[in-house]
Design a protein around this ligand. Structure first.
Ligand code: NAP
Length: 248
């Protein structure tokens, strides 16, 4: 177990990529706070799955876009685990539309969950990491934040914003042995992508050299690596995991 004794918050870990990250960290000996916004039973199932493999986990409902809720979540993790060593900003939503049809609330909610949520969690969890002279912050961005995507002005702006936030946090927090990196997944098979129309999926897959969706477990493996001692000299980076879709 490469991360034995560490404690983590994984935002949006009731489903999909976040769920896989929570389980993968727990398998490496990490105590995990499983956060969700509305799916209480799914989140409880993740905690049970972690406990089922002998791991330690707690469940916590919070909308990460809300600063008071994000702060209370960090305090709850610190009270239960004594510290937060690893923060994975994974919570995210899409509300797609072309720019002329995009409603203000769809812009605000996507920026809120994907970008402000990460800002809030880093602000509150980062303080403890700063005091402890150790931290690993991993922000889940997207290839849409690197190259843009029609119909996703809100989402691609939020995900590009996360990359800027990652680079700046790496500079602000590096002197305290806190690394900050982003992961930019391509097409990963979760609820977020399974609902896309078949013809859209087919078109997207045509752009993937490996000709398949990635799995949440493949993203989770990269998170475990970035959280480990072996990745201690990597910071400020954005690592794509996309089957070769975006080569820049
Ligand atoms: P998903 O299956 O739709 O799950 C999203 C998770 O985020 C759920 O646990 C959800 O909880 C939680 N969440 C949403 N808004 C929240 C909020 N305001 N506060 C707290 N939790 C919130 O998504 P996914 O496909 O696993 O994606 C995970 C991350 O990877 C996202 O940031 C996404 O943008 C990114 N990503 C995904 C793909 C892909 O192909 N799937 C590609 C690139 C990047 P509730 O169910 O309780 O609402």
């Amino acid at each position: 177990m490469v991360l034995n004794g560490k404690a983590a918050i994984v935002t949006g870990s009731s489903r999909g990529i976040g769920r896989a990250i929570a389980l993968a960290l727990a398998k490496e000996g990490v105590a995990v706070l499983v956060n969700y916004k509305s799916g209480a039973s799914a989140a409880a199932e993740v905690v049970e799955a972690i406990q089922g493999i002998g791991g330690r986990a707690m469940v916590y409902q919070a909308d990460v876009a809300n600063p008071a809720e994000a702060e209370a979540m960090v305090k709850a993790a610190q009270a239960e685990f004594g510290k937060v060593d690893i923060l994975v900003n994974n919570a995210g939503i899409t509300r797609d539309n072309l720019i002329f049809r995009m409603k203000d609330e769809d812009w605000d909610s996507v920026i809120g969950a994907n970008l402000k949520g990460a800002f809030n969690c880093i602000k509150f969890a980062g303080r403890g990491m700063f005091r402890n002279h150790f931290g690993r912050i991993i922000n889940i961005s997207s290839v849409a934040g690197l190259v843009g995507n029609s119909g996703q002005a809100n989402y691609s702006a939020a995900k590009a914003g996360l990359i800027g936030l990652t680079r700046t946090m790496a500079k602000e927090l590096g002197s305290r042995n806190i690394t900050v990196n982003a992961i930019a997944p391509g097409l990963i098979y979760t609820d977020m992508t399974s609902s896309l129309p078949e013809d859209v999926k087919k078109k997207m897959l045509a752009q993937v050299p490996l000709k398949r969706f990635g799995s949440p477990d493949e993203v989770a493996g990269l998170v475990v690596y970035l959280a480990s001692e072996s990745a201690g000299y990597i910071t400020g980076q954005t690592i794509t995991i996309d089957g070769g879709m975006v080569c820049i």
